[in-house]
Design a protein around this ligand. Structure first.
Ligand SMILES: *Cc1c(COP(=O)(O)O)cnc(C)c1O
Length: 448
């Protein structure tokens, strides 16, 4: 399948995920210094054959021109060889923009080329929805239906989705959890009739193009902080606040492409299926407990399937059996855990810890961080083995997206950037629906 087809399809008809058949080595980056130039070079081997190079590079440039920092993803020093990679400079203040600003453009281009129209159906735990809506609103060939768990996203997150007044956008508040929303999306994709009726496409983190776009900032940040010895870049480590495993998986691909990585640390909140998995070798689902870091309130990390598939030696049958058993019982032994333990470290932080960490970072550095990023900075300190190796923690949201938690921890209420100052007073457009596929289909039909 071409990149363009995988981009449009998102989820395979049999329920599986698309992965690159070959993982290319990192290209030479001589002379490329801007984020967009480096991004174009790193992603080119994945998209080659689906798009012309100059068209691709200009879409990349356009996507990253929408960021509020010339570095696109700037780095902040935290001290003690620990760095924060700020991924929240895009239009919706979370790291999802880094991929979606590009993926929205790629999708529109591919649809135009094929003379097709699609409905993008997505589930969001808060940040994907607004980033997708922001990237796709008003585009000719795309309708967007976003499901979010009613009452379980922050007010700023909700308003970033629901205050967009565009004829091709519909927000649906589902009576259920994020996992319920994600299951509804999966069920819709597995329903051949629905798929055909709407030409369904997905831009949630199961879409390979998003993982691809996220590989870039692992490379740019490593280049910025890695010590160079005898002309060779030394390894760096990364800690990634994790929910659906899309972000940290991109780090794993960067390593596969040849980036010198020491530790890759998966940081979870109290919904800690991944740390428990690495401890026990069993994937055991538990009910989702809403936390201060809602974008990580996930029990089934959908991108983890891609890693398991690679760990199994690309044995699709074995993965299908494993995940079928997991969906049925919520509990399964994973035979390849030892190999994975060698590649990942993990840690977790609950809500009290999150508040303490936001407070600590503010007291020490005068820096406000959001609750997701706080999970990262804390776990990074706990998990790092060697302080002479630079540790880069990925900052996944702007603190202004979660003002209540930040104010509770520090007494300081972070202000929204000026371009979002009217967010809290604009009218909202959304509908409620039960946790039911038929109801979701009706909402898609209503959009036309
Ligand atoms: C989506 C999100 C995460 C989790 O990222 P995954 O790729 O799903 O693991 C963490 N923090 C924030 C702020 C997010 O929006």
């Amino acid at each position: 399948m071409s990149f363009g087809e995988a981009l449009l399809t998102g989820l395979a008809v049999d329920g599986g995920l698309y992965c690159p058949a070959e993982v290319p080595p990192l290209p030479a980056l001589d002379g490329r210094t801007s984020y967009a130039d480096i991004a174009g070079a790193i992603m080119w081997p994945f998209v080659e054959g689906s798009i012309e190079r100059d068209v691709f590079e200009s879409m990349v440039a356009e996507a990253y021109a929408s960021f509020r920092d010339p570095a696109v993803c700037p780095i902040v020093e935290l001290g003690d060889n620990h760095y924060l990679l700020d991924l929240a400079k895009g239009p919706t203040l979370a790291f999802k923009d880094v991929a979606l600003q590009l993926v929205g453009r790629l999708l529109d281009h591919e649809l135009e080329k094929q003379g097709r129209r699609v409905t993008v159906l997505g589930a969001t735990s808060g940040d994907t929805g607004s980033a997708a809506i922001e990237a796709l609103q008003g585009r000719d060939n795309v309708s967007v239906v976003i499901l979010h768990p009613k009452g379980r996203v922050s007010e700023v997150q909700r308003r970033q989705m629901t205050t967009v007044d565009a004829a091709n956008v519909r927000n649906v508040a589902i009576d259920g959890s994020f996992d319920d929303c994600q299951d509804l999306v999966k069920a819709a994709f597995n329903d051949t009739a629905l798929r055909e009726e709407f030409g369904l496409a997905a831009v949630n983190s199961i879409n390979w193009a998003r993982v691809m776009a996220q590989i870039v900032y692992y490379v740019t940040s490593a280049r910025a902080v890695a010590p160079v010895v005898d002309g060779a870049s030394q390894p760096v480590s990364f800690t990634v606040p994790t929910g659906n495993f899309g972000n940290v998986l991109a780090g794993w691909y960067a390593k596969r492409m040849g980036l010198a990585v020491d530790q890759l640390v998966v940081a979870s909140n109290q919904n800690d299926i991944l740390p428990r998995f690495f401890e026990t070798g069993r994937l055991t689902a538990r009910p989702v407990a809403p936390s201060l870091s809602p974008s990580m309130d996930i029990q089934v990390s959908s991108n983890f399937e891609r890693l398991l598939w690679e760990a199994s030696g690309r044995d699709g049958k074995a993965i299908d059996q494993l995940l079928t058993a997991f969906r049925a019982d919520g509990d399964v032994d994973v035979p390849w855990v030892d190999g994975l333990r060698a590649e990942f470290d993990t840690g977790r932080l609950d809500d009290d810890g999150i508040l303490a960490e936001i407070k600590l970072v503010h007291a020490q550095l005068g820096l406000l961080i959001d609750p997701h990023t706080a999970v990262g900075t804390y776990v990074a300190r706990q998990a790092r083995r060697d302080n002479s190796v630079p540790m880069i923690t990925l900052g996944t949201a702007d603190p202004a997206k979660f003002p209540d938690a930040v104010e509770k921890a520090t007494g300081v209420r972070p202000a929204l950037p000026p371009f979002l100052s009217e967010l809290m007073s604009r009218p909202e457009y959304l509908v409620d629906a039960p946790n039911d596929l038929g109801a979701v289909a009706s909402e898609m039909r209503a959009l036309g």
